[in-house]
Ligand binder design. Structure first.
Ligand SMILES: NC(=O)c1ccc[n+]([C@@H]2O[C@H](COP(=O)([O-])OP(=O)(O)OC[C@H]3O[C@@H](n4cnc5c(N)ncnc54)[C@H](OP(=O)(O)O)[C@@H]3O)[C@@H](O)[C@H]2O)c1
Length: 288
């Protein structure tokens, strides 16, 4: 490795050295990759949050092997973020143990692919409870301690679905629009406090996200435009040192959002048709 590259890598590592980080949705996909990337850059202690304890324990072993022989404090914390008592317990435990955190990555989430008329209210509410209220629960539990220290960063993983409502993903898109709206308001409230918030909005990513049964006949084409989790994780690391409100991944996805707002009468019919065609592939979801 060249001298300059090594220096740059050391500089980047120093940014995260010793930082206390909570990552939700750490048991899989983007969150798991972010945990690996933070630990590689000497961050820690790291608190890994998800419902699956066995996956978090497996990740803990992997992360500790990355940091041998000096070691790193990894706390796997099984927690359903849609349940506010669970989150309060997790947050209280973390703050009692460490006193504060430097970074909260609100990444946990899931989606279902179905028409609104074929979903029951419970399904629509459940996605909002995890994706949106889960983020709100975690933000509320750590925000005050960040404000008291005039330091801290919240990174919220939204999606391009925070800017496009698409057929078959109404509940999911609503939850991501809500994340972006909440984050934008909080961004302005936090001005001058020393605490920051940044949203990371990726397009499709190759993770277990599409293992949800509702995607059974709608698996994305993995050879196409889909991102690797490493690309999104890189954006999360950049977001953790950014003053920006939203980072889109890839950056040129911003052009699509701009086009939609500037030429809605051209863009909306195209996007509408694309996803309606996908819905039509399952008979129960057929549009008119
Ligand atoms: N993949 C994509 O195409 C894509 C695109 C844009 C945005 N995103 C967003 O990226 C984030 C991460 O998704 P991913 O692609 O990495 O999917 P993934 O591989 O399915 O990971 C989702 C993570 O969220 C956790 N989770 C789900 N519900 C939870 C709950 N109630 N409480 C705690 N943890 C919960 C899961 O862990 P447990 O099951 O163990 O709880 C898992 O660790 C999501 O917010 C998703 O909306 C994904």
């Amino acid at each position: 490795m060249g001298k300059k590259r090594k220096e740059k890598e050391n500089r980047n590592n120093r940014k995260f050295q010793g930082k206390i980080i909570v990552i939700t949705g750490a048991s899989s996909g983007i969150g798991r990759q972010a945990a690996l990337d933070f630990v590689t850059r000497k961050a820690g202690p790291i608190i890994l949050v998800a419902r699956s304890l066995s996956k978090l324990l497996e990740l803990k072993r992997t992360l500790q092997s990355v940091r041998e022989p000096e070691g790193v404090d990894i706390i796997p914390y099984p927690c359903d973020i849609s349940n506010r008592d669970d989150v309060l317990r997790m947050g209280t435990h973390v703050l009692e143990k460490f006193g504060y955190i430097d970074l909260l990555v609100n990444n946990a989430g899931y989606g279902e692919f179905a028409k609104v008329e074929n979903q029951n209210l419970e399904q629509i509410e459940a996605v909002m409870r995890t994706n949106y209220f889960g983020m709100v629960h975690c933000t509320k539990v750590f925000l005050q301690s960040m404000l008291s220290r005039h330091s801290g960063h919240i990174v919220n993983v939204a999606s391009l679905a925070a800017s496009f409502g698409v057929a078959g993903m109404a509940g999911y898109c609503a939850s991501k629009y809500a994340i972006l709206g909440f984050s934008e308001s909080l961004y302005h409230e936090l001005y001058g406090t020393g605490v920051r918030i940044t949203v990371v909005s990726p397009i499709g990513v190759k993770t277990n996200f599409f293992n949800n049964r509702s995607f059974e006949n709608h698996k994305p084409n993995y050879t196409g435009f889909m991102l690797e989790a490493t690309t999104v994780s890189k954006a999360i690391l950049a977001a953790a040192n950014s003053t920006r409100l939203e980072i889109m991944v890839p950056f040129y996805a911003r052009v699509a959002v701009w086009s939609k707002h500037t030429f809605p009468y051209v863009v909306n019919p195209v996007v509408g048709k694309l996803f309606r065609r996908e819905l039509d592939r399952t008979p129960g979801n057929k549009t008119n």
